[in-house]
Design a binder for this molecule. Structure first.
Ligand code: PXP
Length: 251
């Protein structure tokens, strides 16, 4: 149930994507999480994918130890990952569909079509004291199924709205609005996420009853752009004392 101001959970997966491109220690996801929290984010989200393409097991444990706000672990309905979640105990776990070849999470979890599997994961996580959320498309049948399984929270997939333009965007936004209303009427906490950026967030804010927006790619992408001038100036500063030519010349 929504109470208080709309919260932001920052998904920092793509900080780890940059690190994993070189398999080195930086950029450090713990430092990134601290910076997000210091800037006012009310939560940190990471997705421990089965293929470990960005976030690693050790990241989740390190984040658990340092996060002062709330840690939300996105995860597949997979026994191995459920075991890790029950061990690490994030504040929240968001069950998402996962396919190895996908670039990012495509579509919501089919809760209605996999009640047994999703229900088992919901129960196991809830028994560990973790707030369970189900990442679903904005469909009434999926909300009803989430509620029937006893999940206290849903995250509505905003990707179709964020990717659409014109009339299609208006239709997708209406679906999100209706889904948020229905979720609230069922007593569910309603979160939303995927594809949200500075341009389309205004539409998202028309959705009622929202508790948290989980936003990743656009924030990390923006951070790269606003951070590049400082990073370049820092490197130029470090290079400024170069004396190699003078030394060679014996000056
Ligand atoms: N919510 C869920 C459930 C997701 O799977 C993702 C992507 O990892 C996000 C939110 C964040 O999406 P984006 O990176 O497009 O902001």
């Amino acid at each position: 149930m929504q109470s208080g101001p709309l919260k932001l959970g920052v998904n920092i997966d793509h900080v780890a994507t940059v690190r994993q491109a070189r398999r080195v220690a930086y950029p450090d996801v713990v430092q990134a999480a601290r910076l997000c929290e210091a800037a006012g984010a009310q939560g940190i989200t990471v997705h421990l994918r089965e293929d470990r393409r960005h976030i690693q097991d050790a990241d989740v444990r390190a984040l658990r130890a340092c996060i002062q706000t709330r840690l939300n672990l996105e995860m597949a309905v997979a026994p191995e990952i459920v075991r890790i979640a029950c061990d690490v105990r994030p504040d929240e776990a968001c069950l998402v569909p996962e396919r190895r070849a996908e670039l990012t999470t495509e579509g919501g979890l089919d809760v209605a079509g996999n009640r047994a599997g999703v229900g088992e994961a919901v129960r196991a996580l809830a028994e560990c004291g973790i707030l369970v959320s189900l990442f679903i498309d904005p469909e009434i049948s999926q909300l009803d199924a989430a509620h029937a399984l006893g999940a206290p929270c849903v995250e509505l997939h905003t990707g179709a709205y964020c990717d659409a333009t014109g009339d299609a965007a208006a239709r997708e936004l209406e679906r999100l609005i209706q889904a948020a209303r229905h979720g609230h009427a069922l007593g569910l906490q309603v979160n939303a996420g995927h594809g949200i950026n500075l341009e389309n967030v205004a539409g998202i804010l028309q959705m009622p009853h929202l508790d948290t927006l989980n936003i990743g790619h656009s924030i990390v992408a923006h951070a790269v752009m606003v951070g590049l001038p400082e990073a370049v100036r820092a490197m130029l500063g470090a290079m400024a004392g170069y004396q190699g030519g003078r030394r060679e010349a014996g000056i």
